[in-house]
Design a protein around this ligand. Structure first.
Ligand SMILES: *[C@@H]1O[C@H](CO)[C@@H](O)[C@H](O)[C@H]1NC(C)=O
Length: 338
């Protein structure tokens, strides 16, 4: 019976935190280094903070290190307009903020800096942890669950109410950490949990998008169990908060979609081998700014990604995939390859 495979649930796992000590072989204790002292071309970066008794130093970044961003070429530490927040173990911090405190944005990323679900304006991001988004990304990457029903809120924190539709259990968690705060009840008793809110949840744990995808997943499983390999549906993606997006694919066309499943503007592209690079970040931001009553003045590509080259009056500047400047404004109308 295939359902037996789904029984293990993803109740919170308590991970003991790793401590970092100053390794004086790797971090020589020299206090008067400046960024220019570090050989960027050899991937040495300037680590400016005192971390666990380690003083500022030139440190060589390991192959997947967050600090590689600080070294060499166009990401030269001394010229970068933005630097990621890196953790002492050289992974990317879950929450990365860009732009000014007054009008900037924060985004959730995985340990290698790839954007995952969750964003907020910097002004609203004090309590943003991205812990839920990190956990959900890890669950999906593990492939242990046919259908992941962990719910995050829009800034990547945990929804207070969590249900695992595979094991049919529900429980309450602390939003910033995901720590268990209630008994674990069978799903049909969900409404008895203290964190259940009829207004926000309704009678069904799964949101509309998820119900659609869940039904597809179950039907596909059924077909696979009977030897049918391919089942063609419209491809619907759901976000970690259960809403629609960032895109859907129908009849060979990819459309950027908003949380309610409606297409955003005319942002669309024929599905081809380049689909992996479509993120709809710019299309989504047009909607986010509109709903926040803010002027959105950047240009998008027709596929919904940010155009790398942007105009500032008569000058040009380049932006990253989140729409934040990577170069100062100038006459130069060519952006560096990312
Ligand atoms: C349920 O959620 C709504 C909307 O967020 C909120 O206004 C209300 O206070 C909540 N109710 C309870 C009982 O927490």
């Amino acid at each position: 019976m295939i359902f037996l495979l789904f029984l293990c649930s993803y109740l919170p796992v308590f991970v003991t935190s790793v401590e970092y000590y100053c390794d004086t072989d790797r971090f020589p204790v020299v206090t008067d280094f400046v960024p220019e002292d570090c050989d960027n071309s050899a991937r040495f970066y300037y680590r400016e903070n005192v971390v666990n008794d380690c003083f500022p130093a030139c440190v060589q970044a390991t192959s997947k290190s967050c600090y590689r961003y600080y070294t060499s070429g166009s990401n030269d530490y001394t010229r970068a307009l933005w630097k990621p927040t890196c953790l002492p173990d050289e992974t990317w911090a879950p929450k990365q903020c860009k732009g000014e405190a007054a009008n900037g944005r924060c985004f959730c990323v995985d340990s290698e800096g790839n954007r995952i679900f969750g964003d907020a304006f910097s002004l609203d991001a004090d309590d943003m942890t991205c812990a839920c988004s990190r956990y959900r990304a890890a669950l999906e990457a593990s492939g242990d669950h046919v259908f992941v029903s962990l719910h995050c809120d829009s800034m990547g924190n945990y929804d207070p109410l969590q249900c695992d539709v595979n094991s049919e259990q529900c429980w309450c968690v602390e939003p910033k950490t995901g720590d268990l705060t209630s008994a674990v009840l069978p799903m049909n008793l969900m409404t008895k949990l203290p964190c259940y809110n009829e207004t926000t949840v309704g009678s069904q744990y799964l949101r509309q998008c998820e119900s659609e995808v869940y039904a597809q997943t179950m039907i596909t499983d059924e077909f696979n169990a009977h030897g049918t390999e391919r089942v063609n549906f419209e491809t619907v993606l759901c976000q970690y908060d259960g809403s629609y997006g960032p895109y859907k694919i129908s009849s060979g066309i990819l459309y950027c979609v908003w949380k309610d499943g409606s297409s955003i503007g005319a942002y669309q592209v024929e599905v081809s081998s380049t689909i992996g690079s479509v993120n709809c970040n710019c299309a989504c931001d047009t909607k986010i700014y509109q709903l926040a009553g803010l002027l959105f003045s950047l240009s998008c590509r027709s596929n919904g990604n940010y155009a790398s080259l942007q105009m500032d009056g008569n000058l040009y500047y380049c932006v990253d995939s989140d729409g934040f400047a990577t170069t100062e404004s100038s006459d130069d109308d060519v952006c560096p390859e990312v």
